[in-house]
Design a protein around this ligand. Structure first.
Ligand code: GLN
Length: 486
């Protein structure tokens, strides 16, 4: 039988429609693939103890997704199935409700896999090395990272262990792993997709979005998960267009800005050449481009690491051993005689290194006497960064940049040096600070055969333009058709 797991969602939907495949056959081929290679890739977590992989009761064959399986990052709540953010502190947590995006997927006829995809603990990271389950390995080279924090979702798509996946993006966690794995990742406009049931990292920056094999699949998933939700006070009541309608439109006359601050020293030479070639391709397809300036770009990383850690420290305060997941017990030499001891031991044992680092940093930035100097000032600079984009979008339709300054790096290479790791997000973070949508699509390979990603950014709620430009590029290049040899 044809390996159904290798096909895109739109190809499979067509096959199901023509009665050439069934949802059960697709699931079966996916399981075979997972059984065969996930011990090497480790895109999924808790596979061994997930007896029942799927929630079959939800399958509505009449609806859009026709029983296609969707794989979900471990920080999106699935009712009755473990959702642990790959953190020991949430060990055994089974949410009593579905996130809004999960409800929407079920209504659309999806099958939600109960095994979740691997991620950096609480989405803190750029390599998926900060997971309590250990790193995911890149299908293109098992010794290199998959990017992060949605690395499990990106690797599952790249290795054909998933058809469609969801990730979350606070500073690049959908786009950067998509770029490192050679797949398509979209961070929607802030407020486009409900955050209800997404376990919060930095509430003012987080968005859920699709990681898929191609641009059409991304548009299909966005049609399903987008829209206003009264359960999320930051979701915005703006009509959701049919995103698939933007596919196939030409890009004649589309005005692209190329920010000069993004092509600087520190960027890998090969990546630079590949991205410049991609920009020229867009020009040959009818777009025109011009160099532009986003003058506050240099402040994006410091601003992000103050705002994101401040919000994270506050969001993580709820994990105290009382209500969710793991609770430290009386074992060892230290007696737990009171509540404060229980909190301390639970949080001490439950959180990993990077989570602790961020709690400390964020608590400091919010503390009395420092709040104005750090947090408030960071918010002001965040506004300046947003104004940089507003100004460009008055004249240009979109901005094109590399997704990451390098291709995927070796596992272990940056984990001991957090500052170096934080620089992996230099090109993705600004979109979260400005609240704008951005997509990463494959645009070539390095000599070592590692994928490189092209990032396209547009003004708020203009995902349609992202799809239009991304699809035009994709359909005229071979990159999305390449598969890793595993
Ligand atoms: N890599 C960035 C960080 O470590 C972004 C993570 C994310 O988008 N969740 O915070």
């Amino acid at each position: 039988m044809e390996e159904l797991n290798k096909l895109t969602a739109h190809e499979l939907i067509e096959k199901i429609g023509k009665k050439e495949a069934t949802s059960e056959e697709i699931l079966f081929s996916l399981y075979q693939r997972i059984n065969k290679i996930d011990s090497k890739v480790k895109a999924y977590v808790r596979l061994d103890n997930t007896k029942e992989l799927t929630d079959l009761r939800t399958y509505e064959p009449a609806n859009d997704l026709k029983g296609l399986p969707v794989s979900i990052k471990d920080n999106i709540c699935t009712k009755g199935y473990n959702t642990e953010c790959c953190s020991k502190i949430l060990e055994g947590f089974k949410p009593p409700y579905d996130a809004t995006v999960i409800q929407k997927l079920k209504q659309a006829g999806a099958i939600i896999l109960a095994a979740k995809t691997n991620m950096d603990e609480f989405a803190f990271g750029s390599s998926t090395e900060n997971s309590c389950y250990g790193p995911t390995h890149n299908p293109w080279d098992l010794d290199v990272v998959v990017g992060g924090s949605s690395g499990g979702s990106a690797a599952a798509v790249a290795s054909d262990e998933a058809i469609l996946t969801l990730g979350s993006d606070t500073g690049g966690s959908i786009r950067q792993p998509a770029s490192f794995c050679g797949v398509v990742g979209l961070k929607p406009t802030y407020g486009r997709v409900s955050r209800y049931g997404l376990i919060a990292f930095a509430s003012s920056l987080d968005q859920v979005g699709p990681i898929t094999k191609d641009v059409r699949d991304s548009a299909i998933l966005m049609n399903i998960i987008s829209g206003y939700d009264s359960f999320d006070s930051t979701s915005v009541n703006v009509d959701v267009p049919d995103y698939t309608k933007s596919l196939g439109m030409d890009i004649n006359g589309v005005k692209i800005g190329i920010p000069k601050e993004y092509f600087i020293a520190g960027m890998d030479k090969e990546v630079k050449t590949i991205v410049e070639e991609a920009i020229n391709k867009l020009k040959r397809l009818g777009a025109n481009y011009q160099s532009v300036s986003l003058p506050h770009t240099q402040y994006a990383i410091p601003v992000y690491y103050i705002v994101a850690t401040a919000e994270a420290s506050s969001n993580l305060a709820r994990f105290d051993g009382v209500q969710y997941g793991f609770r430290a017990t009386n074992s060892g030499t230290r007696e737990l005689t009171n509540l404060i001891d229980m909190y301390k031991k639970t949080r001490g044992e439950g959180f990993g290194q990077e989570a602790k680092r961020r709690i400390i940093l964020g608590t400091f930035a919010l503390s009395h006497g420092y709040y104005d100097a750090y947090y408030l000032r960071a918010l002001k600079v965040k506004t300046l960064i947003k104004q940089d984009f507003d100004k460009i979008f008055r004249e240009f339709d979109c901005i094109v940049t590399p997704t990451s300054p390098t291709a995927a790096f070796k596992i272990g290479e940056k984990i001991k040096d957090p500052l170096k790791m934080y620089l992996s997000d230099i090109y993705t973070i600004s979109a979260n600070l400005a609240g704008i949508p951005a997509i990463s699509i494959p645009c070539g390979f390095t000599k070592k055969v590692l994928p490189v990603g092209l990032q396209i950014l547009a003004k708020p709620f203009n995902e349609e333009l992202l799809f239009r430009v991304a699809y035009a590029y994709e359909q005229n290049t071979p990159w999305h058709l390449e598969k890793p040899k595993l």
